[in-house]
Design a protein around this ligand. Structure first.
Ligand code: SAH
Ligand code: AVI
Length: 330
């Protein structure tokens, strides 16, 4: 059995287990929002950014000229796919954490010979369903078992996950976790994937804020819409009354911590109600919504080593923007 908040995506629409999961997910969202808004330093967990609209907006971000990570990772897979497959060796099941649209994964699946099963794990059910539908016709004979779950809490894989496992954590989504959370995630992934598994992890590299800031605060305002959509989601799902026009998206680079920090800033003194509770905001007060940590190659490999993963090799683009790390558990 997979963990509490997980369910294998139902093929024929919602069943009893799925609606139970939906109720659990709603309660979890409500609790996280009420707790996060009540804190002195207000914060909301970034995984709630990905409702159906949030997932669409993230896809738009990936196409922005300022947002280099998706292009860089795609190019790495196109250029080094055969080499990656050779270093991976035998892989029967591919387990992806935070799979999103699975567009890049299709390149990896194409490069791996003999892959039998693909298990995309994501909190976004719409994203998973759309990705599985898009992927299936392109990879004949591949068993696809989507799993709706929080990847930080997944403690078991579906029965289709057989044989030699390869993990894939694309997009540099591991950067959205704090360092402690990333280490806990890597420890859990080691348990989940088992002995002799391999793990391909995408890592965005440290670079100038002149490149980083526009990637998270683009000229068209898509990144801002992505952040602000979280307030729209709270209004819709938790009976909130956030005035979206009176909050602004802020992206800063915290150089000592090596991370982008994203906030929603109140543009006025105002009181917001969510699920019957009032939250008073001063002008300029912020709600933290996301971190995006950037690493050096060595810095990430050292972190992975503390969680029992040996760095086999890493691929980077010629501009040193992004990297793909192959880790192994001996
Ligand atoms: N891997 C894709 C998508 C990255 S966006 C890419 O590289 O383009 C981040 C993805 O992780 C989203 O699909 C989001 O729904 C998912 N996600 C974020 N936090 C999650 C969590 N805690 N558990 C499972 N999925 C999560
Ligand atoms: C999913 N993740 C890797 C993105 C990032 O770059 O940290 C999320 C994102 N948030 C704003 N823009 C992109």
């Amino acid at each position: 059995m997979a963990g509490d908040t997980s369910s294998v995506l139902a093929e024929d629409g919602p069943d009893a287990a799925a609606s139970e999961t939906t109720a659990d997910a709603h309660a979890e969202f409500a609790q996280a929002v009420l707790e996060g808004l009540a804190r002195q330093k207000r914060s909301l967990p970034s995984r709630f950014l990905y409702d159906a609209r949030g997932s669409e907006l993230f896809e738009e971000i990936t196409r922005l000229k300022e947002y280099y990570p998706t292009r860089a990772e795609t190019a790495l897979l196109q250029t080094h796919g055969a080499d990656i497959a050779e270093h991976v060796g035998e892989a029967d099941s591919l387990v992806e954490f935070g799979s999103g649209s699975s567009r890049k994964t299709s390149l990896l699946i194409g490069a791996l010979e003999g892959l039998e099963t693909y298990i995309p794990i994501d909190v976004s059910e719409t994203y998973l369903a759309e990705a599985a539908e898009w992927l299936a016709p392109q990879h004949d004979g591949l068993t696809i078992t989507p799993l709706v779950a929080d990847f930080t809490k997944t403690d078991a894989l579906p029965d289709t996950a057989r044989g030699q496992k390869l993990g894939y954590f694309s997009g540099s989504t591991i950067g959205n976790l704090t360092r402690d959370e990333a280490m806990a995630f890597l420890l859990n992934a080691a348990q989940l994937l088992g002995r002799d598994s391999a793990f391909l992890v995408a890592i965005d590299l440290k670079k100038s804020p002149d490149i980083l800031i526009p990637a998270y605060d683009d000229a068209e305002g898509v990144s801002a819409s992505f952040s602000l959509n979280l307030l729209t989601r709270i209004n819709r799902e938790l009976d909130g009354n956030f005035d979206i026009a009176r909050f602004a998206h802020r992206a800063i680079y915290n150089e000592p911590e090596g991370r982008i920090e994203i906030y929603l800033e109140s543009l006025a003194g105002q009181t917001v109600n969510v699920l019957g509770r009032d939250f008073a905001f001063a002008e300029g007060e912020r709600i933290h919504t996301e971190f995006s940590h950037k690493y050096s190659i060595e810095g990430f490999q050292a972190l992975a080593a503390t969680a029992g993963w040996r760095g086999v090799t890493a691929w980077t683009d010629p501009d040193g923007l992004f990297s793909l790390h192959l880790l192994r558990r001996d």
